[in-house]
Write a protein that binds this ligand. Structure first.
Ligand SMILES: C[S@@+](CC[C@H](N)C(=O)[O-])C[C@H]1O[C@@H](n2cnc3c(N)ncnc32)[C@H](O)[C@@H]1O
Length: 397
């Protein structure tokens, strides 16, 4: 008899028991946005320019209960979206979620990432959030997805980082030890884990970390189970992360939370340290940052299949001849005080506000920066600043 446990079957059972994420179903499109799921904003972030097409194909690989999938449909009104997942339970919630909010440009398949080759055609955007680290063989997973990415396409990935999940790993192991023969009974694991948290002293390091960082989301059992009784989890550090990325054969474009990865944030006051760090490669610099700020609990980043254009707006001529639009990911517009694509507060000057208003009208008129600047009192450097803050998106001449 073969008694080797099948990790994929165990993962499937976890998510059939506790479909994830357990967000409530709404009868309307979900509120707000995540720019990483907006093709135009994501493409602009990666290339510095507007994509040529909006009628793209998007794959949500390991879509779970469809929270991200639903956003992908609503934020990309011309896109066709496909969601795949190992868990039939999660998929049935995803289908109902999308149906209830009118997200009808989507189809779902009960399919493992490992079998992505069974899907028709290629995709312009592949979203794979919180999935690869739950595969017994993440390299095989990413290598199955990579051939499905179209040339010039983007892949957005989110995987766990080991440094900021140290206490979680300890608790996972403690629960598994105490569960003994009942390991794999996820409801028992949740109950046991909750009793442990209730019993350990308040000063306990694992308890303190749970309280300050995770307890809000872990009020729901599905979140608690996903965190503490998962049967299959591989956490990364920068070195192992880049082994995964290199194995994909795709190009690493950068992290989609770039502010964490700034050395200046850590020792900006000491220019000699910044100078010393200049000798480091990108990967060594990333490693240095996570070593010095081990709060990091996940990595999120974009990969691409070349060729991907890289806009160059360094010459005034290129900038003046470009056609500007307002970044669609913006909350509070039209107002001079609003949230940008990343939900950071922005205060616009009167002239910047007028420029963005002209950009809005521009979707139909297709005027160049030069033509708009003939009507609005704004300098070219201020246009560069709008561009650099990703408030405007440009199409090259
Ligand atoms: C933590 S959930 C993430 C769900 C969704 N991506 C999100 O971020 O909201 C992980 C999902 O990956 C799915 N999954 C795990 N292994 C898989 C595989 N080999 N193929 C497809 N889906 C898988 C699970 O069933 C589960 O729904």
């Amino acid at each position: 008899m073969n008694t080797t446990p099948d990790p994929s079957a165990a993962v499937q059972r976890l998510y059939d028991t506790y479909p994830f994420p357990p967000e409530p179903l709404l009868d309307a499109p979900p509120p707000g946005y995540n720019w990483r799921w907006n093709w135009l904003a994501a493409y602009n972030f990666c290339t510095g320019q507007k994509p040529q097409r909006q009628d793209v194909r998007i794959l949500d690989a390991g879509c779970g209960t469809g929270v991200g999938t639903e956003y992908l449909v609503h934020l990309n009104p011309e896109a066709q979206v496909v969601g795949i997942d190992l868990s039939a339970g999660a998929l049935s919630v995803a289908k109902e979620r999308c149906q209830r909010s009118g997200a009808n440009r989507v189809e779902f398949h009960h399919l493992s990432l490992y079998n992505a080759d069974q899907l028709d055609g290629e995709f312009d955007l592949i979203n794979c959030v919180g999935v690869l680290h739950h595969l017994p063989d993440p390299i095989k997973g990413i290598q199955s997805l990579a051939p499905k990415l179209a040339p010039g396409g983007l892949m957005h990935i989110f995987v766990y980082a080991e440094l900021g999940r140290w206490e979680i790993q300890l608790m996972q192991k403690a629960i598994a030890l105490l569960q003994g023969d009942k390991r794999g009974d996820y409801r028992d694991g949740v109950q046991l884990g909750r009793s442990l948290f209730a019993s350990l002293p308040e000063t306990n390091r694992i308890v303190k970390r749970e309280k300050e960082r995770w307890s809000m989301e872990n009020q729901r059992d599905a979140n608690f189970a996903d965190m503490y009784v998962h049967p299959q989890e591989i956490d990364y550090n920068i070195d192992t992360l880049f082994e995964l990325i290199d194995a994909s054969g795709l190009e690493f474009l950068g992290f989609s939370n770039p502010s964490y990865w700034q050395l200046e944030r850590l020792f900006g006051k000491d220019p000699t340290l910044i100078e010393r760090a200049k000798e480091l490669s990108d990967r060594e610099r990333y490693r240095l940052i996570e070593l010095l700020d081990p709060e990091v609990s996940h990595y999120e980043f974009f990969l691409a299949r070349p060729p991907l254009p890289k806009a160059d707006w360094s010459t005034d001529e290129a900038l003046l001849a470009a056609i500007p639009e307002r970044n669609p990911c913006m909350d509070g517009w039209p107002s001079k005080c609003l949230f940008n694509y990343d939900y950071q507060i922005v205060n616009l000057s009167e002239a910047e506000f007028e420029f963005l208003q002209a950009c809005d009208a521009n979707v139909a008129q297709q005027q160049t920066v030069r033509e708009i600047l003939a009507q609005v009192k704004l300098g070219l450097e201020e246009v560069r600043s709008l561009l650099q803050r990703q408030l405007v998106v440009l199409t090259p001449a």
